[in-house]
Design a protein around this ligand. Sequence first.
Ligand code: NAD
Ligand code: LMR
Length: 329
Amino acid sequence: MAKAPMRVAVTGAAGQIGYSLLFRIANGDMLGKDQPVILQLLEIPDEKAQKALKGVMMELDDCAFPLLAGMTAHSDPMTAFKDADVALLVGARPRGPGMERKDLLEANAQIFTVQGKALDAVASRNVKVLVVGNPANTNAYIAMKSAPNLPAKNFTAMLRLDHNRALTQLAQKVGKPITSIEKLCVWGNHSPTMYADFTNALIDGKPAKELVNDQAWTKDVYLPTVGKRGAAIIEARGLSSAASAANAAIDHVHDWVLGTNGKWTTMGIPSDGSYGIPEGMVFGFPVTTENGEYKIVQGLQIDAFSQERINLTLKELQEERDGVKHLVG
Ligand code: NAD
Ligand code: LMR
């Protein structure tokens, strides 16, 4: 029997990431090739944005996707999020050259207060929320705090792009395929302080630490390349990453809903206190997923260098959180 359609709300639907994201969702890349979807697309009320959204919807129509069971355009989150099973909060201002993601805090924080409240009021009680708009961790924290009637665990932030970047840089260093690498993760904030950690990773079943026994490369090349990749792309393209960001959003939700079969991935999730991260901070953790739920990988040995890096990214997130206290009460 055919599955009932799932309702997927996407904000910023006429933006750059939206343009790479919607077609893949409608193609079944995110929720499965047997899962029909209804797209509920939110843009700002501005006439130009709404007109551009209509254009994107015309193109979606023109793809004749068998899994696209319906789509609607919205300018109000209270209608866009109605009964949503998945909400991808992409709509926000991207940074330009020379800006850090936290420079967007003031510009974007308000959006996530309003949208958190709307999710609280009208979304499915099981809605899975992924915040992509920057600064993603703190925006997810704001949305979560603005939705007290939804489980906090439903709110996540995107660190999957960082995870994918970390995988590729490591694979290229050792000259092995991506699929040879397991048990890699990115701790903390989606910002240059993030800590891409391969201390527990295996490459073709062997400890990555033995294959890459090069502290200088790790510190001076690997971590800065992964941590500052977003800025490098802005510098090269004049625009922030879009197709790779959309791809990471697809990966994040795909794995959350459909499971990782015991494999690790990275998700920004509200801490349960694991590894000394204060409860409720939205932090990148190594997770596995099963039956639509994620679980933090437990029992890892954190060496002194890793602890130092985790402390650094935590400190930055705590500062961001303190900066938005007035919005979350
Ligand atoms: P964009 O400017 O091309 O598109 C953003 C869209 O959001 C615009 O169409 C705008 O009208 C819309 N928008 C703004 N406020 C909105 C609101 N309140 N409700 C609904 N829609 C709204 O930007 P983009 O390149 O698509 O990037 C979107 C966001 O994603 C930025 O904040 C960017 O920094 C972030 N991003 C995050 C990651 C990550 O890894 N977490 C990666 C890439 C980009
Ligand atoms: C990225 O990592 O590519 C995005 O967060 C965009 C940015 O501002 O870096």
